[in-house]
Design a protein around this ligand. Sequence first.
Ligand code: GLN
Length: 191
Amino acid sequence: SLTAGVIAVQGDVSEHAAAIEAVAASQGRAVEVHEIRTGGIVPECDWLAIPGGESTTISRLLAREGIDDEIRAHVAAGRPVLATCAGLIVLAHCADDRVDDLGLIDATVVRNAFGRQRDSFEAPLDVDGLSDSFHAVFIRAPVIESVGSAEVVARHDGRPVAVRDGPIVGTAFHPELTDDDRIHRLVFGDQ
Ligand code: GLN
């Protein structure tokens, strides 16, 4: 059976857990989902989700608990990670030095950069690997400003809003907030 973890500092922890359970069930596999607030659990996990929230707070906890190095090892072992919104900020490169970014996604993000008029918005997206559009919910989302070796898997108005880098998929939006687990399936599908 599978073990999964959701970083549980803040954000949509139970929504990610529910989507992970749905993906495992669709594969006919049992999964145990752990809420992660301390070091020592990520090494047990096959799958990992890093929700939104405040990237400064999340990155501080990861560093304090040594979870940052555990995530590096998880990715180095080729195990999948879904990082949403603040999760994307923490795993990519972010110029804001209040964020201890891990730099595991080769892309640069700018926090809260969609602007006040567009603090929160929803939009249908074409996502690589999905045949029908995905209804994306953006909440104080980061802008993906530049992309290095990561691969862009979705754009909105021409700007990248989802990237894949090895076993990591990072989204500027919140796929856990809609009743549609296709993004979770894309990440955790073939594992
Ligand atoms: N604005 C948050 C940050 O910069 C991210 C927003 C979110 O995760 N919904 O950390």
